[in-house]
Write a protein that binds this ligand. Structure first.
Ligand code: FE2
Length: 232
């Protein structure tokens, strides 16, 4: 999860260097909170794509900025929304991207349902998405499981073990310590963490987040600035 301007700047400064140093083939980032900490705009998406990110995923905040809706439907748009939104929703839930030498990676974006909106079944959408990506020539598949509950993300990891290269959790902005390769070869982590300001409450100015929790009143959130780091 790339959070707000500090997150975008961290990507711009560090990702091209990481690509060179680690000889990274392809980069996928979750951009759903890349615009002012909630939602994604054509500008925030464009900044990340210009910083050598190949494809963007998203999640529950995909509709937060209305200007993203026509962008999602543009041919060749490199921004996904979760695949298990109802049929007819703008945008796409999967894409195939390729390395310069032509190796194809399929990317599937899903959203969980535990403590989240009531969407279509992400497990069924996962099977359909994997089958479709294989038919579209993907040799490896990466799944972004955007989800609140650790249990639902872990269940998806086991469900897709051996069917995809990686199931990576996003949404909770705190990197978990359970990165592993499951028995049938699928890489898994419950949450890949946040690229953005870590002196914060999951990206938000701490004082504002605490005030909202203590008063139960609406408080306008602002993006924090301190402790910026890249995670993934
Ligand atoms: Fe989210």
């Amino acid at each position: 999860d790339v959070f707000g301007k500090p997150g975008r700047q961290a990507v711009q400064r560090l990702v091209p260097r990481l690509i060179a140093r680690e000889k990274v083939d392809l980069v996928v980032a979750n951009a759903e909170n890349s615009a002012s900490g909630i939602g994604v705009t054509p500008d925030s998406a464009g900044e990340l794509l210009a910083a050598e990110v190949d494809l963007l995923t998203s999640g529950n905040h995909i509709w937060a900025k209305r200007e993203i809706v026509p962008y999602l439907d543009k041919p060749g748009a490199r921004l996904l929304r979760p695949a298990n939104y109802p049929p007819g929703s703008p945008g796409r839930g999967r894409a195939v991207i390729a390395t310069p030498d032509g190796r194809k990676l399929g990317v599937l974006n899903l959203e969980g349902r535990v403590f989240m909106k009531a969407l279509d079944d992400p497990f069924r959408a996962a099977l359909e998405g994997v089958e479709a990506l294989r038919a579209e020539g993907a040799r490896a598949i990466l799944v972004d499981m955007h989800c609140e509950a650790t249990s639902e993300k872990i269940a998806m990891g086991w469900f897709l073990d051996g069917k995809v290269a990686a199931v990576l959790g996003t949404h909770t902005h705190v990197q978990t310590s359970d990165a592993r390769v499951l028995p049938r070869g699928t890489a898994f982590i419950t949450d890949a963490g946040m690229t953005g300001p870590h002196d914060s409450v999951i990206g938000v100015e701490t004082e504002l987040a605490i005030r909202r929790m203590r008063t139960g009143m609406p408080v306008r959130f602002e993006v924090a600035t301190g402790g910026v780091r890249i995670e993934g």
